[in-house]
Design a protein around this ligand. Structure first.
Ligand code: ADP
Ligand code: MG
Length: 254
């Protein structure tokens, strides 16, 4: 039924003497949201950038939609969407101008307003990139990953630094993109985000995968092993209070 769209086997990456990724293996199924979780320095971005063909691996094998990274990196590039570092944008160009620019690089023709609709930024079409808020910048950078109509998109910590509403808006956007059939690989160190978004997660620590399953299964296993929270957990947290008071909906700042 489900089809493996990414297969990583015994992947290693050394930066000089430093062994950043130490033999990790995982598969991603078509249509899933797959999370790479782990603390800073765990090797998440390194792993992602190797699959994205942007970084050389030391050893191991990577297959993306049947294409071997060693043989067909350019073919892989055509079917993936990669979030560029936001510093790579021309801050003085408008969103429409930037979309035309990127579409040209991909050799695609695209209606910028329709693309901006998918990330709720149509009303910012004529705004300059530098005039956007943090959340809007992130949504715009996700829009640019969709220009070449990719089968898979890669999001590296897309919500770091965003306020709670902007984070939730971004979660909705990621869920929407998946609903349209795109596979999503996302890295995060926010566990609540992984719980809401990811079908399955790989927890990475010091370059190794130490657990890989659905969030539910990982939690159930922990509880089955006798784990109990030290004290009764409140039914809501301060973030719930904040969202309840200030609202969930998009606002100008987002
Ligand atoms: P994460 O994304 O999980 O925070 P990274 O993949 O960025 O982790 O980094 C993993 C480890 O590799 C870190 O210890 C980092 O300092 C190191 N590292 C990343 N890029 C380089 C590089 N270009 N040269 C040397 N070390 C690097
Ligand atoms: Mg990183």
């Amino acid at each position: 039924m489900s089809k493996t769209i990414i297969q990583v086997e015994d992947l290693h990456k050394k930066y000089g003497d430093f062994h950043a990724v130490k033999g990790i293996s995982f598969e991603v199924q078509e249509g899933e949201i797959f999370g790479l979780l782990g603390p800073n320095g765990a090797g998440k971005s390194t792993t992602l950038e190797i699959i994205e063909t942007l970084r050389e691996k030391t050893s191991g094998s990577v297959i993306v939609d049947g294409l071997n990274l060693d043989e067909a990196p350019n073919e892989i590039k055509k079917i993936i969407g990669v979030q560029l570092q936001t510093s790579g944008y021309y801050p003085g160009l408008t969103l429409v101008e930037l979309i035309h620019l990127f579409a040209g690089l991909y050799n695609e023709t695209i209606d910028p307003l329709i693309l901006l609709d998918t990330v709720n930024l149509r009303d910012k079409a004529k705004a300059k990139y530098k005039e956007l808020s943090g959340g809007q910048k992130q949504r715009f950078s996700i829009a640019t990953t969709l220009i070449n109509k990719p089968k898979i998109i890669f999001l590296d910590e897309p919500t770091t630094g965003l306020d709670p509403q902007a984070r939730r808006n971004l979660w909705d956007l990621v869920l929407d993109i998946r609903k349209k059939g795109t596979t999503v690989i996302i890295t995060t160190h926010y566990m609540d985000e992984a719980e809401v978004l990811c079908d399955r997660v790989a927890i990475i620590d010091s370059g190794k995968i130490i657990a890989l399953d659905s969030p539910d299964k990982l939690i159930d296993d922990l509880v089955a092993g006798g784990f109990e929270r030290p004290k009764e957990v409140k039914k809501a947290n301060l973030e719930d209070v904040f969202i309840q008071l200030t609202g969930h909906e998009l606002r100008a700042e987002n």
